[in-house]
Design a protein around this ligand. Structure first.
Ligand code: ATP
Ligand code: MG
Length: 171
């Protein structure tokens, strides 16, 4: 199973982000825009993982001590290949949590990509910019991160479906 661990966002914030993505469609007339229900902040990408290792993943999550913390969804950006995103600022709390989780997973033998962590919400893939259209001014959004979720990622009839398997609360 293909696994990743992410911070889920409240439905009201997902709706506001979906609205902001709608306002970007003129500037990015081509692209596969994500479904609003799929918005998430990835903390760790495990990729293809044997089912027998699930308990090690959930144990790694549950050993991470964290307090709820504030997230701010801000600027728009792109990664090469056409990933369109909004940056997420979670301050030191987010950096610390991401490092704790990565260390806990590595300590249990998981191999994670050691690229620098760039917290973001993916709005679209294969997005192509129309340079004539200026980017709209998107107001920042804030919310509280109070848990993280282990997701299974499947492609079902061409549709990307994320299924929550485990949640760890911050308290
Ligand atoms: P798709 O790849 O089919 O367009 P997706 O990227 O949303 O969709 P997954 O590839 O299963 O679905 O990835 C789940 C999450 O993990 C996403 O947030 C994705 O950005 C992130 N992710 C995927 N691959 C990596 C990677 N190699 N390193 C870090 N994060 C990754
Ligand atoms: Mg992917």
């Amino acid at each position: 199973m293909r696994l990743f661990i992410a911070v889920e966002l409240p439905a009201s914030v997902r709706a506001a982000i979906a609205q902001s993505a709608g306002r970007l469609r003129e500037a990015f007339p081509r692209g596969r825009f994500s479904r609003g229900e799929n918005y998430h902040l990835t903390l760790a990408f495990l990729g293809e993982t044997p089912e027998a290792r699930l308990s090690d993943v959930t144990a790694a999550m549950d050993c991470c001590r964290a307090q709820p913390f504030a997230l701010t969804v801000g600027a728009v950006g792109t990664f090469p290949g056409g990933v369109l995103w909004r940056a997420v600022d979670g301050g030191d709390d987010l950096t610390r949590l991401q490092r704790l989780l990565t260390a806990a997973l590595c300590g249990r033998g998981f191999r994670l990509e050691q690229r620098g962590y760039k917290p973001h919400l993916t709005l679209a893939r294969e997005a192509v910019r129309d340079p004539r259209v200026p980017l709209p001014d998107l107001p920042p959004l804030t919310c509280t991160a109070d848990h993280m979720t282990l997701f299974r990622s499947d492609r079902i009839d061409g549709k990307l479906v994320y299924t929550p398997l485990h949640r760890t609360k911050f308290a």
